[in-house]
Unconditional design. Sequence first.
Lengths: 347, 347, 347, 347
Amino acid sequence: MKIAILGASGYGGVELLRLAAEHPYLEVTYCAGHTSAGEKMSDLYPHLPPPLGDIVLGDIAVGKAAAAADILVFCLPHSAGMDMVAEACEMGKTVLDFSADYRLKDVAEYEACYEVKHTHPQLLSEAVYGLPELHREEIIGSRLIAVPGCYPTAVILALAPAVKHGLISTDMLIADSKSGVSGAGRTASLTTHFSEVNESLTAYKIASHRHTPEMDQELSALQDAGKLQVTFVPHLVPQIRGILSTCYAHLAKAMTVAEIHEVYSDFYADEPFVYLHPLGKVPATKHVSGTNRCDVGIAVDERTGRLVAVSAVDNLIKGLSGAAVQCLNLACGWEETTGLPLVAHWP
Amino acid sequence: MKIAILGASGYGGVELLRLAAEHPYLEVTYCAGHTSAGEKMSDLYPHLPPPLGDIVLGDIAVGKAAAAADILVFCLPHSAGMDMVAEACEMGKTVLDFSADYRLKDVAEYEACYEVKHTHPQLLSEAVYGLPELHREEIIGSRLIAVPGCYPTAVILALAPAVKHGLISTDMLIADSKSGVSGAGRTASLTTHFSEVNESLTAYKIASHRHTPEMDQELSALQDAGKLQVTFVPHLVPQIRGILSTCYAHLAKAMTVAEIHEVYSDFYADEPFVYLHPLGKVPATKHVSGTNRCDVGIAVDERTGRLVAVSAVDNLIKGLSGAAVQCLNLACGWEETTGLPLVAHWP
Amino acid sequence: MKIAILGASGYGGVELLRLAAEHPYLEVTYCAGHTSAGEKMSDLYPHLPPPLGDIVLGDIAVGKAAAAADILVFCLPHSAGMDMVAEACEMGKTVLDFSADYRLKDVAEYEACYEVKHTHPQLLSEAVYGLPELHREEIIGSRLIAVPGCYPTAVILALAPAVKHGLISTDMLIADSKSGVSGAGRTASLTTHFSEVNESLTAYKIASHRHTPEMDQELSALQDAGKLQVTFVPHLVPQIRGILSTCYAHLAKAMTVAEIHEVYSDFYADEPFVYLHPLGKVPATKHVSGTNRCDVGIAVDERTGRLVAVSAVDNLIKGLSGAAVQCLNLACGWEETTGLPLVAHWP
Amino acid sequence: MKIAILGASGYGGVELLRLAAEHPYLEVTYCAGHTSAGEKMSDLYPHLPPPLGDIVLGDIAVGKAAAAADILVFCLPHSAGMDMVAEACEMGKTVLDFSADYRLKDVAEYEACYEVKHTHPQLLSEAVYGLPELHREEIIGSRLIAVPGCYPTAVILALAPAVKHGLISTDMLIADSKSGVSGAGRTASLTTHFSEVNESLTAYKIASHRHTPEMDQELSALQDAGKLQVTFVPHLVPQIRGILSTCYAHLAKAMTVAEIHEVYSDFYADEPFVYLHPLGKVPATKHVSGTNRCDVGIAVDERTGRLVAVSAVDNLIKGLSGAAVQCLNLACGWEETTGLPLVAHWP
């Protein structure tokens, strides 16, 4: 299948390019950039040898991409590709969107959160939230996949079994997430300036990050007690890749950690990319770096009856480009794990 | 005043040595090490030029230290200095203990937590918890000061104003703390091995860290609703210094963030080492690195009515050796800020 | 082909395990460790999910390995596997040795450098130095391959074209190399302790590193002016992977940088794993991280008539385990690039 | 004495502000910024509490600065302050210039290197190169001090004793320097973007860095064999502060490393800020981080008769703002070490 990457100059785009180039059933036939149209990939990324380095970026134009490819992946900021996604869908292409435009089912919530008018709300019901662990059946054969945000992937997978099975009360869900700096993209700024970031650690967008409604939507759908709301605080950590989410909730009833572990173990029993750590252990981000895995571990604060669930993802793979390939594998009817790394380089 | 450092070969000890050497009223007259007795400081720490580098470490013997100094600082693991502390007190020395031995008022809690018998429980009522922001009056003139743990310093100062003034309900207090690696000390191990730690991030001792009872003790004492219990989860972050604590609690009643900020502002108005960030901002660990400051910032999740309080300390200064000097300044009747850095090197 | 890894618990071993597991023609049938015999790989390396994590380490015993596999790779310190290598050769196995035992052709030089008696000097003429760029023909079909040191790989490939074609005088060759910390292995020590290593940078084993004789041997063999001697100074840099070697020499005669670049370009024209950067550019270690590439770039100091050649390798891949697989591919008659990554994860 | 800082918003300026604020004889009375005029320092640097954080930046105007202060420090890019420096000199102020404008004695060399016309060449003979170890007498009482570049400080101090005493032949001097990222300043760019810089290492401006003529000038002046030329290659290393320079040269005649060490030891015997490491040891950048020290260590490659001299400085202190204060201390007749840190925070 021929694939076009619109927005190949960012970290998500170049990681997708690498994964697609190594994928046995994909052929990259069009790469596009905005300010970098006309440039060679090796000018932007000197680590890319030929043939990838020799790719010349085209315009971000849905027509050109559609002429060249069957699958169109939009790696653009929210709202920038909203109309092109709709156009591509109409042309019958398989479309993946890295932005938030088609993730939220509630158009009002989207518009309030992103402060922009949604121009194609009718597509929202058709779009699938690209988290195979919750939506595998819908993704198979789907034509419009909204790739989840990196933080929601980690938080949702940490809490899903507990929410689904009513193990925790939903009146106080805390998600304290820590992310490496690559999540901020490639645009240089003071907040990603090495000398300011290294040897430092901070919280940002406290309880106001735009990824929060995704967590609320997906976790709420797992239970019938109405809409739940996560208090989500992201942090910036001096490392390149990796998100660690530490999630807190009251247990709904007294359970041992072993019982809870068994619920998690059953929930993820057949998941190729979720690795539940054995009882007593939790993941580190390095465990999953460079892979499409989400590792999960749990503990219980027995003094207070609280669950602590910890998850780790590589924000650019399971948190973005790898998730896209995983969804594509499902959408196209290929083996779900095709072309996706499972074992991290160590150290 | 002459000061002896017992356990000068660790990070806490060498940082205290530096601070004491720069302090106008202190003279370091005895340094001791366990396995390093007989060695020169410059053999252990090549960055130390003469005269500090020329100091030869003596034995960890309370008699020798007492003969040489008026102030004895024990920078030893818990229980290792328990008896020597008591001896030094009997000799009428001013004593500071970096370990947990004299921090907890409840001897049973100490013994359960540290799995060791307390040999001098009668001293616990005399010992002062060395957090000047809560115990300044007791520290003035005190002869036995238990220097607080690094994590408790950050967590307690983040939550103290809210607990004291009943702003939050105490039935779910979460402290999610992230620490640099220097908190693990200088002993080499796989968990502090550069290649394993760098570019990684993990949680450890989930809801089972020994610093938790200190938080419970000090925060409980600020209110009258009985014993409260913090769910405390520490994390290891790939940086050398710094602790960031993100603390979560339900608001006890509806308040604006501005109102809460004013309570915090009043609470810390006269504190020389607590810097409350302006509304809308929270600290990063780099802000306080190399200083004796604890920076605090707050936010409110208005959707859910939760307080998020963030604090940052340099774990080796305000979290350890600087706190000791701050307490010494008070105990000896000197200006509280003497010899203590307020402004970080940047970047 | 079945492959046994003796010394699978170190960084070289676990990286070889990963590469071998992803290799289409290799099956790992035996893994062994010294102190870790009897343990599961996932106990040593929690990032390894089943089936790799479920491998139980056997003894480092050549008989057991030979019974299980056709190819034996010894990932042991120098002299520890010297006799087993000889035994395995006698059994007709294909043998790769990560240590220096069979790299140096001059047994006296080996014994002086490593301060140990060589017990099988007769094998030295049979052993091939596993740098395909210089010894491809000898490696094809070879049964005993000495995998080069990480530093020599970088230094030799930076200078080989210039030495071979007489572009530089050999009376002053300087190789200033900088390495990430993973080159020091997994054994915890103060020199690999995160807090000591991070935010620091130093030189070590100045002009006395054991990798120097390899550089001398391989570069000397490229010309007929007798034995040349490299002044080699390694440095430790606060990053995990990567070696950058900056090499200096006088030009033997006046040449433009473009002329020299052409010589290099011809020399490496058919090399699948050497990427010569375009004129005016030099590599960074991140360009090759996670790949089996050695990137090279050159510049000339026109004021003084000196060549500056810069090379970059991932010390654990092209500098070790990837080089072993590249040699194996040649030795076994497979396509040289089989199972070896060419494109780095970015960033 | 009252001091004005023109260009207080950069790393050099803010570090000077900190040092000046802690200096017993200096009072900062004017701070100025270009694009940041009108802003509060705490808006630019949230780590600065009052009173430093409350300073409002004025215009970069020599008249305003001169009205407020006796000492004017220009922390501006080359040529930006060239005319203001001359004006301030005419007003009789004590002037320090962080730029290269008044460092080179040869105006033609300056103009060729910086590609700009020098508008006040007559001041060059009056200006002193602010390296007290070579120019102490001239600095005492001087009114115009050109603060040296960070790289030249490290390279010159590594080689000065050897050049001065004719220990090395000057026909091949190699200076391979490695710098932390703070040397690139605070302006965000792709080359200082955390995700691109961390876990990477590269050379840049090979044999073309503008600091080279300073090294040539100062080292040439130490001997009478005419102009010597250094081959200088800077590297960027993933750490914030610190420069390590590894310098290579042929020995002019056979000498033992102990004999050379004695020459160095004599040369630096009375220097308060140069610490010569004992025989067999060389400095790491962490040894000097946060201090005004330059540490030096030497070794000899006995096989080839080459000297290897290694030096380390904190690029923002001994390499910039600390050097300025050291010169000011001399110029104003104060104790040379006043207000300058000698001992690094560790770790």
